[in-house]
Ligand binder design. Structure first.
Ligand code: SDX
Length: 460
């Protein structure tokens, strides 16, 4: 039974009554899907010509920005589902390209639908030679994520018709091209950082196998990926495909709300993912484990974290206040991949002991800080022979299907329009202009002024 019927049955109205104690007035605000519309608060005023009440929610910690049917997360229970299918089942039975189809179209494909989808992706893996030339212009030590941001943005200039964002064929081709070309751009960026020739896609290989080919092929005539590594990488791609309104996805939606082409919107997502608190965390986890060096150093390291000297990278999450289900699945694959490559990585022992100690420490458990998707993924990438600077790029590859599916959903949502939040102004007002000759007080030295903390209240 829906909530509407139940409330009518029980006579309870789905509303919130708000009393403004400044005026004694009460307001009835409708509740829909356990939310109230922020705009319904604007009627709350002291004086008739007031602007009216807003909500204040820095970093949107408690604000729903959209309605979406793509990914469901229950942070307390550690649940993650894509279009209703549990992530555990998708990792067990599906493939990354099938999950990408599911995200984009909302249902699992039939055999002919999947065959057509895989054929289209496979036959759009090449990038224009001018994009390749653009990548060759980067410094030898350019970070691959910086190269990827630029390359994805540049794609908007090679497919100008993508500006027709309502055109069904353009929308389909944008999805195909971005899903298909992201591994190529990522691999080109990696080969560039090593000063190696770029390797072109091999259409005989799977999506993950071809990526390994473009990363690793040297003088052999035909690259043959290890099927165990191919499968592990495909599962990692599934695990990183989408994660509802995370930082990079909300960047794609916000930029896309201006009706820019999807390539430019996704380039904004790549830029957001570059940040160490988001996609860049997997690279930081490896660096952190290396700095800890031995299990014996873990207590001192954790004391430093508790003294706020640094964060325990790969731990914590805005939504998961339980174990990130993706971390649990990745952890299972770490040993399999290490066996496959015959590696015995000492960092695994440090990571395992670090997790154990943290989950036994009130500082972390009281803040509900558990391993997230980034805590173990770097260990697998390293076992696959992928350098730390490439970890976030590998996150960007599968997240492309999430970004494009969220962009498609946003453009179809009649409630959405250009994103333009409000603010609480804390700055000065109505100052008199001061001629430059009167500004050189003793405290006015050359260079930028010291950073000013944002005032918590106006005039404070
Ligand atoms: C991803 O959103 C997504 O879905 C993201 C993602 C996806 O798939 O798209 O899941 C991928 O980005 C995973 C997260 C990767 N980032 C990291 O591992 C970096 C380390 N983690 C933190 O920076 C942090 O946990 C965040 C950014 C992930 C979440 O931060 P929140 O929700 O803003 O939480 P918070 O900063 O308000 O922290 C609450 C408390 C604070 O302590 P108090 O000031 O209240 O005493 O927990 C502390 C924080 O200082 N805290 C940590 C910590 N994370 C939070 N303390 C130590 N180590 C940490 N990792």
């Amino acid at each position: 039974m829906g909530t509407e019927e139940s409330s009518i049955e029980s006579g309870v109205s789905e509303t919130l009554t708000i009393t403004d104690n400044r005026t004694g007035k009460s307001y009835e605000v409708p509740i829909t899907d356990e939310t109230i519309r922020a705009i319904d608060l604007r009627q709350i005023k002291v004086n008739p010509d007031d602007f009216g009440m807003m909500t204040y929610d820095p970093a949107y910690t408690n604000t729903a920005s959209c309605r979406s049917a793509i990914t469901y997360i229950d942070g307390d229970k550690g649940i993650l589902q894509h279009r209703g299918y549990p992530i555990e089942a998708l990792c067990e039975h599906s493939s990354y390209l099938e999950v990408a189809y599911l995200l984009v179209f909302g249902e699992l494909p039939t055999t002919p639908q999947l065959e057509r989808w895989v054929w289209d992706v496979t036959h759009h893996t090449f990038v224009h030679e001018d994009i390749k030339a653009m990548l060759e212009g980067f410094r030898y030590d350019a970070h691959p994520m910086g190269m990827l941001v630029s390359a994805v943005g540049a794609m908007s200039t090679f497919y100008p018709d993508a500006k027709m964002i309502e055109d069904p064929e353009e929308r389909y081709m944008a999805a195909i091209r971005m899903i298909a070309k992201m591994p190529t751009l990522a691999a080109f960026s990696y080969r560039h950082s090593l000063g190696l020739p770029y390797i072109y896609p091999d259409n005989d290989l799977s999506y993950a196998g071809n990526f390994l080919n473009m990363l690793r092929k040297m003088t052999e005539v035909k690259f043959e990926p290890d099927p165990r590594l191919e499968r592990a990488l495909d599962v990692l791609f599934i695990l990183h495909a989408d994660h509802e309104q995370n930082c990079s996805t909300s960047a794609v939606r916000s930029v896309g709300s201006s009706q820019v082409d999807p390539y430019s919107a996704v380039a904004a997502g790549v830029a957001a993912l570059y940040g160490p608190l988001h996609g860049g965390a997997n690279e930081q986890v490896l660096r952190m484990l290396r700095r800890i060096e031995t299990v014996d150093n873990i207590p001192d390291f954790l004391n430093g974290v508790k003294a706020r000297e640094e964060k325990l990278m790969g731990f914590g999450h805005r939504v998961y206040k339980n174990y990130d289900p993706r971390a649990r699945i990745i952890k299972k694959h770490v040993d399999e991949v290490l066996d496959a490559v015959g590696l015995d990585n000492p960092l695994v022992e440090i990571a395992t002991e670090l997790e154990k100690r943290a989950l036994d420490d009130e500082f972390f458990t009281s803040r509900k800080l558990y391993p997230n998707v980034d805590f173990y993924s770097g260990l697998i990438y390293e076992a696959l022979g992928i350098p730390a600077a490439m970890f976030t790029v590998i996150f960007a590859i599968p997240r492309t299907s999430g970004w494009i599916s969220q962009w498609l959903e946003m453009t179809d949502d009649s409630e959405q329009k250009i994103a333009r939040p409000r603010q609480i102004y804390t700055g000065d007002r109505d100052l008199d202009y001061v001629p430059i000759e009167d500004r050189n007080g003793p405290e006015k030295i050359a260079g930028p002024p010291a950073r000013r903390p944002v005032k918590s209240r106006r005039g404070a």
